[in-house]
Ligand binder design. Structure first.
Ligand code: F58
Length: 836
């Protein structure tokens, strides 16, 4: 083994001198001050909050790195199977608070910072979010990393180190404006690994020859080389020394590539330009969610990251000197959506072209290594790449994809000789003009398991987009792992008071690692004191959000009002338009009332937040309408506290930590059958809020777990959506009466020039693809039911406490255990304190 090769004297010396991390206030202060003075070159007279943050973060990073080293050494020595999670997105948010809580030294740091004259909350607030993702898919990857480490699984994440994460959203005159988010100017959480580089090839051509045994060999040559540099981010587990690794790749011009020819002939500018071109590969995260645009640079990103990661994994495997057939016993690779699908032909290429394995042996290794997670049923989000583009960029991979397809189609033909149409339906190559590679099909063919992310979603993909593949491979290849969230960040960190209250009843914080223990607080649902404490915490969290809203928008909202929140990416299928039309409907109703009647109404604050993809016109219209409605309603003296409409700018992970604990109601109202799972629904309920939602995604399982009395469901069911759409095309759209009044108000210019919103109303009138009209009445009625229910605060508290108590299923820890058992076949591995 690797361990046996290290001489004993070396081991002794290391044991004696290895660094130890701080664990008390004195040592924390020493570490922080040393970093402030030396790493940051500041001192007592100019140590501001930024420096205090820097010193604290670096002190904690040191601690994490010591555990990281131990963990990596221990995993390498133990020689067990590892998981690699390939994701183009990791929406990590802030790291310091998480590190302090996971290591268990937040109180120590708080006291130390107080000695230096700083408040913990201010210091935490300095950190910028690591926003390397769009939405749910990226945040899921971040929650999974937290669970993998917390449960002691040997696991690495692989991603791209974008120079610009998701853009910063500014609202100017009610419109979204995108501002680049240059987040790397001070990032203490990453370690550049200057020694870990991989050269990645693009373009070029394939040369064939026969070797001495007459076997045809393919060589991919004369391409352009770009270097991948590794940056490591430590991922601490909660209450365990296990510290896993997130490796992010950054692109650079290959060192040997500087074109001296050009340089000497005076084309200096051109050669610098070429260098910069290489760096653009990892420059920016594509800000589209649920839409595939097929840009060449995106494909380059995908290959660059897959190839670097696989090279790294293979290099580590080869060090173990094991036989190739052991590869799937040592390594599980999970593909987070189809974005890393090129890893499949890339591993096949490495095994066949570089390592000389025969096709079938290599292919069985590939299939047994990969698992694929699907996150959408919507056709426009399924990735396809044009054959000419792949041919140009990755000529050898195109050949391999064609060969994979050939073997696959031959198998299909043998199994279903009578079904000729089947071949064209399931072919990895779509016979369009130009031909397209269907990445989801390639991912299915190249993986041993395919999973959806909630029960309804996993059922839907088996009966719609992947139906033929179930026939071909059988049911067993397809499975479900319902999404979950990490309770460390989404309860303990975001809502420390609620976490503390729960701990006081359960006799400690064990529930943070076994969330099913929450069921024990059901016993307190009718306990007066507990209810009061629970209610006070919610009120304090709403006050915290109200303060934030006042500071950022200038609008005062009353924490006693019902807080109704919808925060997520803006998308027609998520139906923020249904929400804002409902708000207008409410406003019109309030305006029609006498002041006495109005006083009797349940006051409400409607809060929206979320980014629109920069090129998504309709989503931007929705943002504009929300802001214009807010402008009118919030300044209407007749309305006062009865209704306020807020748009929170630049919604991100750290803002969600303030928002999720402050809801009474949150909205998860996608057209049935469109939201694969949703995960913010879980965050809101875990924090003591109820849901208004459709029978979609994980809402269905949330209902099953918490009980249908504790959720407000409405709207058409997934199984009926197709029929209603069909009706729309043949009989036209029936516009709901109440909705018509809303449209009339918009057209009257009540919220500014109505042309601005005509696209929004027209799409409902003309097609209503998302069933806004068909679900409008049920939506408004359900909102009225909510108003009534909220008035009975005791009954409301009963519901919310029961709901929290029954959320144990939705921890990401449960997801990881299901993946580990059903898909990866890996075991946890505890780190002994001495690292051996
Ligand atoms: C989301 N997908 C699903 N995609 O919409 C959501 O229901 C689910 O809970 C979540 O994944 C986790 O499973 C999603 O966020 C993207 O943002 C992609 C980004 C890259 C382009 C394609 C969409």
């Amino acid at each position: 083994s690797v361990e046996a090769e290290i001489p004993d004297e070396q081991k002794t010396a290391w044991k004696k001198h290895s660094a130890a991390g701080f664990s008390n206030k004195e040592d924390f202060e020493a570490a922080a001050i040393r970093h402030i003075e030396t790493t940051l070159a500041r001192s007592l007279y100019n140590c501001d909050e930024g420096a205090a943050y820097g010193g604290t973060a670096l002190a904690f990073r040191d601690r994490l790195i010591i555990d990281w080293n131990k963990t990596q050494q221990s995993h390498t020595f133990a020689d067990q199977k590892r998981v690699y999670y390939l994701s183009l997105e990791f929406l990590m948010g802030r790291a310091l608070d998480n590190a302090m809580l996971n290591v268990g030294l937040k109180d120590v740091a708080r006291e130390g910072l107080a000695d230096l004259g700083f408040r913990m909350e201010d210091v935490i607030g300095i950190e910028r979010d690591a926003a390397l993702g769009n939405g749910g898919l990226g945040r899921l990857a971040a929650c999974f990393l937290d669970s993998l480490a917390s449960l002691d699984y040997p696991a690495w994440g692989y991603g791209l180190r974008y120079r610009y994460g998701i853009f910063k959203q500014e609202i100017i005159n009610g419109y979204q404006v995108e501002v680049p988010d240059y987040w790397l100017d001070f990032n203490p959480w990453e370690f550049p690994r200057h020694d870990v580089t991989v050269d990645i090839q693009f373009y070029g051509h394939v040369r064939k020859y026969n070797d001495e045994n007459g076997r045809q060999v393919s060589v991919w040559e004369n391409g352009e080389i770009v270097t991948a540099n590794a940056y490591d981010v430590p991922i601490p587990g909660y209450n365990t020394p296990t510290t896993n690794n997130l490796r992010l790749w950054s692109s650079k011009a290959a060192s040997g590539e500087f074109d001296f020819q050009k340089f000497n002939s005076g084309e200096y500018e051109q050669s610098v330009h070429d260098q910069m071109r290489a760096e653009t590969i990892s420059a920016v995260l594509y800000p589209n969610d649920n839409l595939d645009r097929g840009k060449e640079l995106r494909l380059k990103q995908q290959y660059f990251w897959c190839a670097a990661s696989l090279h790294d994994i293979v290099r580590r495997f080869k060090k173990s000197k094991k036989a190739w057939k052991e590869f799937p016993n040592q390594i599980a690779i999970q593909l987070n959506d189809t974005h890393p699908t090129l890893a499949i032909p890339e591993l096949q290429r490495i095994l066949v072209d570089e390592e000389g394995l025969d096709w079938d042996t290599a292919w069985s290794i590939v299939v047994n290594t990969f698992g694929y997670t699907n996150h959408t049923v919507m056709a426009e989000a399924l990735e396809k790449w044009s054959v000419p583009l792949i041919q140009h960029l990755l000529p050898r991979h195109l050949e391999i994809i064609y060969e994979i397809n050939l073997h696959f189609l031959q198998y299909v033909e043998r199994t279903f000789p009578k079904d000729r149409d089947m071949l064209s339906r399931v072919s990895i190559v779509e016979e369009s003009n130009p031909k397209m590679i269907r990445m989801a099909f390639l991912a299915i063919v190249g993986s041993h398991k395919v999973n959806g992310v909630a029960e309804l979603h996993s059922d839907l993909i088996k009966t719609t987009i992947f139906k033929d593949f179930v026939k071909i491979y059988g049911q067993d290849k397809f499975t479900n792992v319902t999404n979950g969230i990490t309770p460390r960040r989404w309860l303990h960190q975001a809502n420390p008071k609620l976490s503390e209250l729960i701990a006081s009843k359960l006799g400690g914080y064990d529930f943070l690692k076994d969330l099913t223990l929450l069921h024990k607080i059901e016993a307190y649902a009718d306990d007066k004191q507990f209810r009061k404490a629970f209610q006070d915490i919610k009120y304090a969290n709403k006050t915290r959000l109200a303060k934030y809203i006042k500071e950022t928008t200038g609008v005062s909202v009353n924490p006693a009002a019902l807080f109704d929140i919808q925060v997520k990416r803006i998308h027609e299928y998520k139906r923020q338009q249904l929400n804002i039309f409902g708000v207008i409907h409410r406003y019109l109703a309030l305006k029609a009332m006498s002041p006495e009647e109005r006083k009797k109404m349940q006051p409400r604050v409607s809060i929206f937040g979320g980014k629109a993809a920069p090129g998504y016109w309709m989503a931007k219209c929705i943002i504009h309408l929300v802001n214009e409605v807010g402008r009118v309603v919030n300044n209407d003296p007749e309305i006062g506290d009865a209704l306020k409409v807020i748009f929170i700018e630049d919604y991100n992970v750290s803002k969600c930590e303030i928002i999720a604990p402050a809801s009474d109601i949150s909205e998860h109202i996608s057209t049935a059958g469109t939201e694969a799972s949703g995960t913010s629904n879980m965050k809101f309920v875990l924090n003591g809020g109820l849901i208004i939602g459709t029978c979609d995604g994980a809402n269905i399982e949330i209902t099953r777990e918490i009980g249908e009395d504790n959720i407000f469901l409405f709207g058409n069911l997934a199984e009926d959506v197709e029929d209603i759409r069909h009706q729309h095309t043949y009989e036209g759209v029936l516009i709901d009466e109440g909705l018509q009044k809303v449209f009339d108000a918009i057209h009257s210019g009540m919220f500014g020039h109505s042309d601005e919103f005509s696209a929004l109303t027209n799409t409902v009138v003309n097609h209503d693809h998302w069933l806004t009209s068909a679900d409008f009445e049920a939506y408004c009625k359900t909102q009225d039911t909510i108003d009534e229910a909220f008035k009975d605060q005791e009954a409301w508290l009963h519901k919310t406490i029961l709901a929290v108590a029954r959320m144990g299923f939705f921890t990401a820890d449960r997801c990881i255990e299901e993946y580990a058992e059903m898909i990866w076949n890996v075991e946890p591995q505890k780190i002994k304190q001495n690292g051996a």
